[in-house]
Design a protein around this ligand. Structure first.
Ligand SMILES: [Zn+2]
Length: 666
C-alpha cells in the first residue's frame, strides 16, 4: 500500500514550522515535484482491443500461464461471482482445494472473512483504526460484511454446524474476520481437502482497500480465503502450523501461493480488470457479461469493474521480462494521462526486473479509481495495482510515484511474499527503498534522507506485529520510512554495488518462499562476509536511531605572547546506536578546517586540538552520511558565545533547513 505522501509533506511542514519557531517558511519553497519534467512516451494512438474481446482476436490465447510452477501451489480456487450494482453485493461460489504442505495431519481449515472487518464499529479493524485508514475515514455507508451461506465437503456434508469465528490476536468476540472449520477427517501431510462454499459480500462504500464509488467497484479481500500454513523452516518455524491473524487496523496480508480460476459476472456494460489473464472472451447473456480469469503462482486475487473504464493496453518486453501486457483501466478523468501511467509502469517493471529478478507474469493491470476512490487507491494485488484516484486533473509526480511503488510490491509482496501481519517492513520498507531508486533513476527525484530521518520521532522495532504499533502514523513511520532508512544505512556502509548484490541475492533466493527478517540478515552477512548482529539488534530488532551530539567545546590559551596557541577540548557523545564511522568537522577561527573520523565504539570521545586559533565550531556528520541520525539539531555547536544554547538552537535549525532545501550536498 502507498502512504499519502502529500499529506505527509504538509505534516512535515507543520512540524518544521513548530521547530523553527520564528523562522517563517513559504510552502512554495519546498521542492515541488510538479516542477520536474515528466518524460512522455511516444504518442501511439493505436487503439487496443476491447478488453472483453481478448484473446479472441487471434483465436488463441495471447497470454499463457507459466509452463512450470514457480511456487508451491498450496491453494486452488475455482470461483464464480456475480456483482449486483443495485444492492452493492457479491454473490459467490467457491471450490477450494487445500494441500497440507506440512509433516503432520491437519484437523481444521481457517478462512479469512476479511469484509467482516467493516461489519460494525466493534470489529478489531474498526477499534484499532478508529474507522480511519491513511486519510480516509469510514462513513455511514462504509459498513461491509461477508456471510457464508453454505460450507460443505465435496460429499455434500454440511460443515456450518462445526465452524466458529476465532480471535487469536485479541479475543475480541465482535470480530468475525477469521473462521475455524473443523474437518470431518484430518488431512494428512501432502494430502488435499476440498470444500465448497457459497458466500454473500456486502461491499462498503470505498474504504480501506475495498468497495464502490458510484458504479465503480474494487473487489479486494472479497472471497473466503484460506489462511497461510507455514512449514518447518519457514520464517524460523520449528513446527508446522497455521499463521493465524484477524484483520487489523494497520496490517496487510499474508497467504500461500496457489492458482485461481475465477468467473466474474457483471452488467453487460461493465469492463472488468483482474489478477491474471482472461482465458476466453467475455460472454454476454441476458444483460450480464461473464469474464473468466486465470492466475497461478499468486497468493491473492483481486478485480475491479466499471462501465466507464478507458482501456489501454501495450505489450512490453525486455531482456528480463519475457513478455507482459500492461493494461490500464483509467477513470475517464485521467484518460489523457495514459502515457504517464504507461511510461511509469514500463520503467518500474524494467528496473525492478533488471535489479532483482524477472517479472514472470504475462499481465500487469493498473486501475485508476474515480474521484473519491482513494480508499481503494494506492494498493497492490498480484499482477494488479490501483493508483491514486483521478480527482486531480494535473497530478504531479505523485502519480508516477504511486504506480512505481505499487509495482515494487509485485516483487516484495507479490513474489517474495513477506508476512505483512508480522514483518510488514520486509514489504513496505523494501518497496519504499526500491521505489526511491526508480524515482531517482527515471525521474531524477532524490529522497531527502536527512529530513525523512528527522521525522522518525517514535522509533520501534521493525520486527513486530503490525497492530503492535501505536496508530497508523507510528506504523507508517517505522514500517515504511525507518525500514527504508535501515536499508539505505546498510547501503551507505557497504556501497551501492554490494547493496545491489544483497538485494538481488535476497530476491532470487527467497522469491515465492516467505522469508523472515533473519533470512534477510543472513543474506547481508553472506554477501558482505561480515556479521551484522550489532546493526540488526540495534536498528532492526531494536528501536534505535543514531544520535551523536556535540556536548561541549572548551578553549584555553596555551601559547605565549607573540606565539599564540589554543587548546580546544571538544566532547562528542553517542546517545543512540552505533556507526562504524562518525565524521566530525572542526572549524578554527582562522578558517582552518579539520576533518576527523571516530569509530563510535565508546559512549563518548574527547578531542584535544592545539592550533594557533581556537575551534569556533564543530559539526558532526557534515555531509549527512549517517542516514539513521534523526536528531541533526544537536550535531552542531559554536564556541565563544554567551547564550550558547540559544545560538546552538538557531544554528541547528539553520543546518536543518539547509538539509531540507538542499543548500548543501550530501
Ligand atoms: Zn506499499
Amino acid at each position: 500500500m502507498s502512504v499519502l505522501f502529500k499529506n505527509r509533506k504538509v505534516q512535515w511542514f507543520v512540524v518544521m514550522l513548530l521547530a523553527a519557531g520564528t523562522v517563517l517558511l513559504s510552502e512554495n519553497l519546498l521542492p515541488s515535484a510538479s516542477k520536474l519534467a515528466v518524460p512522455v512516451v511516444s504518442k501511439d494512438e493505436k487503439s487496443a482491443p476491447a478488453p472483453d474481446m481478448q484473446p479472441a482476436d487471434s483465436g488463441k490465447p495471447l497470454e499463457k500461464q507459466a509452463p512450470t510452477a514457480l511456487s508451491y501451489r498450496i491453494a486452488e480456487y475455482h470461483m464464480s461471482v456475480t456483482y449486483t450494482p443495485e444492492t452493492r453485493q457479491l454473490n459467490g461460489q467457491q471450490t477450494l482445494t487445500w494441500e497440507n504442505p506440512g509433516t503432520v495431519p491437519v484437523q481444521e481449515l481457517y478462512l479469512h472473512l476479511y469484509p467482516n472487518a467493516f461489519a460494525s464499529k466493534k470489529t478489531t479493524f474498526m477499534r484499532e483504526s478508529g474507522g480511519k485508514l491513511r486519510e480516509d475515514e469510514a462513513k455511514a455507508d462504509s459498513s461491509g460484511s461477508m456471510k457464508l451461506l453454505s460450507v460443505k465437503t465435496v460429499d455434500g456434508e454440511d460443515l456450518t454446524m462445526r465452524m466458529a469465528f476465532v480471535q487469536p490476536d485479541d479475543g475480541n468476540k465482535d470480530d468475525q474476520t477469521l473462521l475455524k472449520i473443523p474437518l470431518p477427517k484430518p488431512v494428512g501431510a501432502g494430502e488435499q481437502v476440498t470444500i465448497k462454499t457459497e458466500f454473500l459480500v456486502k461491499l462498503p462504500s470505498a474504504f480501506a482497500r475495498m468497495g464502490y464509488v458510484d458504479d465503480f467497484v474494487m473487489a479486494g479481500q472479497w472471497f473466503p480465503k484460506v489462511a497461510a500454513y507455514e512449514r518447518v523452516g519457514t520464517r524460523g518455524r520449528t513446527e508446522p502450523g497455521w499463521n493465524l491473524h484477524q484483520y487489523h487496523g494497520n496490517s496487510e496480508f499474508y497467504a500461500d501461493f496457489g492458482m485461481y480460476d475465477v468467473k466474474i459476472q457483471v452488467p453487460a456494460n461493465y469492463i472488468v480488470a483482474a489478477t491474471g489473464f482472461p482465458v476466453k472472451p467475455a460472454v454476454t447473456d441476458n444483460g450480464m457479461k461473464t469474464y473468466q480469469f486465470y492466475a497461478d503462482d499468486v497468493h491473492d486475487f483481486a478485480w475491479s469493474a466499471s462501465p466507464h473504464f478507458v482501456y489501454v493496453e501495450e505489450p512490453y518486453s525486455t531482456a528480463q521480462i519475457p513478455g507482459v501486457k500492461i493494461k490500464l483501466y483509467l477513470d475517464p478523468n485521467h484518460q489523457d494521462l495514459k502515457d504517464r501511467y504507461m511510461y511509469a509502469a514500463k520503467k518500474a517493471l524494467s528496473r525492478y526486473s533488471q535489479w532483482y529478478g524477472p517479472y514472470p507474469y504475462s499481465t500487469l493491470s493498473i486501475v485508476v479509481p474515480p474521484p473519491g476512490g482513494n480508499g481503494v487507491g494506492g494498493m497492490e494485488y498480484p499482477t494488479l495495482v490501483t493508483s491514486w484516484d483521478a480527482s486531480d486533473k494535473k497530478p504531479d509526480l505523485e502519480l508516477e510515484r504511486v504506480v512505481v511503488h505499487e509495482i515494487g510490491h509485485q516483487f516484495f509482496y507479490g513474489m517474495v511474499a513477506s508476512n505483512e501481519f508480522e514483518e510488514a517492513w520486509l514489504d513496505e520498507g523494501f518497496t519504499s527503498y526500491a521505489e526511491d531508486k526508480v524515482m531517482e533513476s527515471e525521474y531524477g527525484v532524490s529522497p531527502n534522507l536527512p529530513v525523512e530521518s528527522s521525522f522518525i520521532t517514535s522509533p520501534h522495532t521493525l520486527n513486530q506485529n503490525s497492530w503492535a504499533y501505536a496508530g497508523h502514523d507510528q506504523y507508517a513511520e517505522n514500517v515504511y520510512t525507518r525500514g527504508k532508512l535501515v536499508l539505505k544505512a546498510i547501503e551507505k556502509q557497504v556501497g551501492t554495488k554490494t547493496m545491489d548484490k544483497i538485494m538481488r541475492t535476497y530476491f532470487l533466493r527467497w522469491e515465492f518462499k516467505h522469508p523472515s527478517t533473519k533470512d534477510f540478515q543472513n543474506v547481508v552477512e553472506e554477501v558482505t562476509k561480515t556479521k551484522w548482529d550489532d546493526f540488526f539488534n540495534q536498528y532492526v530488532y531494536g528501536a534505535m536511531m543514531m544520535d551523536y551530539t556535540v556536548e561541549s567545546i572548551r578553549v584555553k590559551s596555551v601559547g605565549s605572547k607573540g606565539a599564540e596557541s589554543y587548546e580546544s577540548t571538544v566532547l562528542i557523545s553517542k546517545k543512540g546506536g552505533n556507526s562504524p564511522e562518525v565524521p566530525i568537522q572542526f572549524h578554527f577561527s582562522d578558517g582552518t578546517v579539520l576533518d576527523k573520523t571516530w569509530d563510535g565504539k565508546e559512549s563518548s570521545i574527547e578531542f584535544k586540538l592545539t592550533h594557533k586559533t581556537p575551534v569556533d565550531w564543530v559539526r558532526i556528520d557534515p555531509n549527512y552520511s549517517l542516514v539513521l541520525e534523526n536528531k541533526h539539531i544537536n550535531n552542531f555547536m559554536q564556541t565563544q558565545v554567551d547564550t550558547k544554547w540559544k545560538i546552538r538552537w538557531n544554528l541547528g535549525i539553520i543546518q536543518f533547513l539547509q538539509a531540507i532545501f538542499g543548500w548543501v550536498a550530501w
